[in-house]
Design a protein around this ligand. Structure first.
Ligand code: NAP
Length: 293
């Protein structure tokens, strides 16, 4: 069984990005620049944005953090996005979610210039990805694709079952696995809460991608021996034996599924660490005008 190491892979990607940034700077080029907008004081959001800013420093990017009070109006936030859209020095723009209830996420997302949408959330980028055009692919699907590539997992002609159809994970993953390319060319079954005989379908999967958001939902009896299992779920559960008082588990019952699988991502240390690498990669792509030309 191969343990797919997302922590190491994300560090490899960051090292590659840092090396490219050093080259750009040595050639007298512009330093890639990511702007993050954070609304309010949500603890988790502050941690995520903090980690993104720190990762920018690590690879030599410039970063700008725009902090707004949770009382900011939708109009004011849209104006901030517009200003960043028009700022030629900034290559990538992310608006940290969730936003306060009085602000429409769709309106704000749609305001982001697709050329700077390094989260890959705008309709333009989702459409481009679907058409197999150059696109900013959202962080989690990007991370999974990169893990499959770097671990040279064969996908062509395989049956890939995806559990979950969210816009940020399951749906884009099903499109990427079905498209004509590598990774891809798989025969894909996209399942959701209305799917019947889920366990039976899962047992036919050569590649099982699980993004259901239910702790340890996938058990050994749902997995074909030799399958590749990608666990997207992240759940915090209480564990008094840990200093922190909790530990992280995934959507897959790792201990019983791992011995069956030919390759599997652990939680933590699998898909999760890849997300920041994806954001940095997309920002570099933007700085180098690789997606929209
Ligand atoms: P989500 O938006 O809650 O979507 C869950 C999906 O699972 C939905 O499509 C839902 O179907 C389906 N589902 C629910 N119960 C089901 C059942 N009994 N049988 C089959 N399908 C079922 O979740 P998400 O945002 O995709 O996230 C999934 C998990 O990944 C969460 O644990 C989340 O924390 C984690 N996550 C991790 C990362 C990372 O970086 N590692 C990134 C994003 C998310 P319906 O559409 O019919 O409701």
């Amino acid at each position: 069984m191969i343990l797919i190491d997302g922590k190491k892979t994300s560090q490899d990607i960051k090292n590659e990005i840092a090396a490219r940034v050093a080259e750009i700077k040595a050639e007298g080029g512009k330093t890639p620049h990511l702007a993050a907008v954070l609304v309010g004081n949500d603890g988790a959001s502050q941690t995520y944005v903090g980690a993104k800013v720190k990762a920018c420093e690590e690879v030599g990017f410039q970063s700008t953090l725009v902090r707004l009070d949770s009382s900011v109006s939708e109009e004011e936030l849209l104006k901030v996005v517009e200003d960043i859209n028009e700022n030629p020095d900034i290559d990538g723009l992310i608006v940290q979610l969730p936003l306060p209830k009085h602000i429409s996420v769709d309106k704000v997302t749609n305001k982001i210039k697709p050329e700077k949408d390094v989260d890959g959330f705008t309709p333009a980028n989702v459409g481009r990805m679907t058409l197999n055009w150059p696109a900013y692919v959202a962080a989690t699907p990007y991370g999974i694709v990169e893990l499959l590539k770097r671990y040279q997992i064969e996908t062509s002609g395989k049956h890939c079952v995806v559990i979950g159809r969210s816009h940020i994970v399951g749906s884009p993953m099903s499109i990427l696995m079905a498209r004509n390319g590598y990774p891809g060319n798989a025969t894909v079954t996209l399942t959701h809460s209305k799917t019947q005989n889920l366990a039976e379908i899962c047992r036919t999967a050569d590649i099982l991608i699980v993004a259901i958001g239910k702790p340890e939902f996938v058990t050994a009896d749902m997995v074909k021996p030799g399958a590749v299992v990608i666990d997207v779920g992240i759940h915090r559960i209480e564990d008094p034996s840990k200093k922190s008082g909790f530990r992280l588990i995934g959507d897959v019952k790792f201990d019983e599924v791992a011995p069956l699988a030919s390759a599997i991502t652990p939680v933590p240390g699998g898909v999760g660490p890849m997300t920041i690498a994806a954001l940095l990669y997309n920002t570099l792509q933007s700085a180098e005008k690789k997606v929209f030309g």
